[in-house]
Design a protein around this ligand. Structure first.
Ligand code: ATP
Ligand code: MG
Length: 467
C-alpha cells in the first residue's frame, strides 16, 4: 500500500531530513488518497524545521537545475518533478480573527499542525525519517472515518467552520467526490455557521462548487448545499426552483428536483463542465415566467428566453468566466426547447436547417441536453421521447450532409456584393447578405456560390441596383 513512498523524491527528503536532524512528514490529501487508492499529484510535506530550507536542499540534491518557487510570506516552497508537485512548509499553528479567513500563523508541533486541518481524513501524516519511516500519525482516527466513509472535523465543528468558512464548501465537496457522509455534529456545525460563508471570496466558493459539478453525481453535493442552507446564500436563483405550487388541485413539477435529475443525466454522458452548467441553468427562468391558467394549468412560456438572459448576471456574480463559456451556456439555455419542436413528422427541412444554423458546432451538446431533459417517471413516455429525438438526430444528419450548415460561412461576401454593384459599403449590402442567408435557410436556394450569386443579382435589381 505504501508503494508510493518509494518515490525517489520522498526518499531524498528522508535522507536530507535525517542528515539535517529534522523531522519530516507527508501529510494531508496525498496520505488520504493512498488509503482511498486515488491518484494525487500534490504531495504536501511538513517539517518540524524550516520548510523552505528543506525544499531547497532536496531540490538541489535531485538536480541543481531544478527551480524552487519560494513564497517567503507564507514560509512555503514548492517544486515540480516528474509530473508531481511537492510543497514544503514548517509545522504551524494558527489563530483566526473574526473577519478574515487568513489566520495568524506561528511555528508549532506536528499535533498543532494536524489540529488546524479541516477534516480527520485530511489530518493523517506519514513519517519520512528513517527510524520510523512510513509510520502513520493519525490523532483523530481519520483512518476509521475513511473506512466508515465519514467527513468529520478534528476539533469543534462550529469553531472549525467559523475560523475558515471555506471548509463548509470543502466538506460538501469531499462528501460529493468521495461519496462520504458528513457526520451529524459536523453537519450541524455547517448549518449553524452558514452565514459565515460571506467572508469567503466568490472565486474560492465557485472553485469548490465546480469541483462538485464535476463529480459523478453532482446532485448529491447540491442537495447537501441546500440542506445546509448554503445554496440559498450563494446561489439563490437555484434555490428558487424549489417547491411545487398547487392551485385547484393542479400542481407543476418541482423544478429543482427536475434540474438536478437533468444535471445527473448530463453528467453520466459528458465531462464537459459547461454542458453541466447548461443543465443546471436550463430552467432557471421558470420561476419568473410561471403562470396559472384555469384552462391549461401551469405554464412557463418564454422561460428559455428569460433564463438565457439571466445567465450573464449569474456568471458575473459567481465569478464564472465572462467569455465564450458564458456564450455557450447562454446559447444552449436559449435553444433547449428547439429540438422538441422538430419531433413532428412533417416538420420542414427549413426548421431543421435553422436549428443547425443557430446551434452550429454545439448541436450535439444541445441534443444531449434535450435527451437529458426527459425526466418523466413514465418509462413508456421516456422511451417514446428518446425515439423521437433519434428521428430528430437523423433529420439533422440528412440536412447537414446536404447543406453543410455547421460553422456556416456566407457563400457571398460583402466585398463581392460591393464589387458586383459598384457601390459603397452601405445598408444595401447588409440587406442583400441577410436575404441570401434567409433564402438558404428557407431552402429557396442551395448553400452554394452559384445559386447565391444569381439570387444576389435578383435582389439587387429589386433594390434598384445595377450590375
Ligand atoms: P484536493 O487536492 O483533492 O483538492 P486536498 O485535501 O489535497 O484535496 P488541498 O487544498 O490540496 O486539498 O489541501 C491539502 C491539505 O491541506 C488538506 O488535505 C488539508 O489537510 C489541508 N487544508 C487545505 N485547505 C484547508 C482549509 N481550508 N482548512 C484546513 N485545512 C486545509
Ligand atoms: Mg491537494
Amino acid at each position: 500500500m505504501y508503494d508510493v513512498l518509494n518515490d525517489s523524491v520522498l526518499q531524498k527528503i528522508s535522507e536530507i531530513a535525517d542528515a539535517e536532524g529534522v523531522q519530516a512528514f507527508v501529510i494531508g490529501g496525498f496520505v488520504r488518497d493512498i488509503f482511498l487508492r486515488r491518484h494525487n499529484n500534490d504531495i504536501d510535506i511538513v517539517t518540524l524545521g524550516n520548510g523552505i530550507d528543506l525544499a531547497e536542499k532536496t531540490a538541489h540534491a535531485i538536480s541543481p537545475k531544478l527551480t524552487v518557487s519560494v513564497f517567503k510570506n507564507f514560509g512555503t516552497a514548492m517544486f515540480r518533478y516528474n509530473g508531481m508537485e511537492y510543497e514544503f512548509v514548517g509545522a504551524r499553528k494558527e489563530s483566526y480573527s473574526h473577519d478574515s479567513r487568513k489566520p495568524h500563523v506561528e511555528a508549532g508541533t506536528l499535533e498543532e499542525d494536524q489540529n488546524r486541518r479541516d477534516f480527520t481524513i485530511n489530518a493523517l501524516a506519514l513519517s519520512l525519517n528513517k527510524e520510523n519511516f512510513a509510520e502513520l500519525l493519525d490523532p483523530f482516527n481519520g483512518l476509521q472515518d475513511m473506512n466508515d466513509k465519514i467527513i468529520r472535523t478534528p476539533l469543534d465543528p462550529a469553531l472549525t467552520f467559523s475560523d475558515d468558512p471555506l471548509r463548509m464548501m470543502r466538506a460538501v465537496r469531499f462528501a460529493a467526490q468521495l461519496d462520504f457522509t458528513i457526520e451529524e455534529k459536523t453537519f450541524e456545525g455547517i448549518r449553524q455557521m452558514k452565514e459565515r460563508i460571506s467572508i469567503v471570496s466568490m472565486e474560492r466558493i465557485i472553485d469548490e462548487f465546480n469541483k462538485i459539478m464535476m463529480t459523478e453525481k453532482p446532485s448529491r453535493g447540491i442537495v447537501l448545499l441546500d440542506k445546509a442552507g448554503l445554496l440559498e446564500l450563494i446561489f439563490p436563483e437555484l434555490s428558487k426552483l424549489k417547491g411545487v405550487e398547487v392551485i385547484n388541485g393542479c400542481g407543476h413539477k418541482d423544478n429543482f428536483l427536475h434540474t438536478l435529475q437533468v444535471l445527473d443525466n448530463v453528467a453520466e454522458k459528458s465531462d464537459n463542465l459547461w454542458l453541466r452548467w447548461t443543465a443546471l441553468l436550463h430552467d432557471i427562468g421558470k420561476p419568473r415566467t410561471k403562470k396559472f391558467s384555469e384552462t391549461i394549468g401551469w405554464t412557463f412560456y418564454g422561460h428559455e428566453i428569460v433564463g438565457s438572459r439571466m445567465v450573464p448576471d449569474i456568471f458575473r456574480r459567481l465569478k464564472l468566466p465572462m467569455n465564450e463559456k458564458l456564450k455557450y451556456v447562454q446559447k444552449l439555455v436559449l435553444l433547449h426547447l428547439r429540438p422538441i419542436a422538430l419531433v413532428d413528422e412533417e416538420v420542414s427541412d427549413s426548421a431543421v436547417r435553422r436549428l443547425l444554423f443557430d446551434a452550429s458546432d454545439d448541436i450535439d451538446d444541445l441534443m444531449l441536453l434535450c435527451e437529458a431533459d426527459i425526466t418523466s417517471k413514465n418509462e413508456i413516455k421516456v422511451k417514446t421521447f428518446l425515439q423521437n429525438f433519434q428521428l430528430v438526430r437523423e433529420k439533422l444528419k440528412i440536412v447537414e450532409e446536404k447543406d453543410a450548415l455547421r460553422n456556416w460561412q456566407p457563400p457571398i461576401t460583402g466585398e463581392e456584393i460591393i464589387e458586383t454593384f459598384h457601390i459603397q459599403p452601405s445598408k444595401e449590402v447588409g440587406i442583400i447578405k441577410l436575404a441570401i442567408r434567409e433564402a438558404i435557410l428557407d431552402g429557396v436556394i442551395g448553400n452554394n456560390h452559384d445559386e447565391a450569386f444569381a439570387f444576389m443579382l435578383e435582389k439587387g435589381k429589386e433594390l434598384g441596383l445595377a450590375k
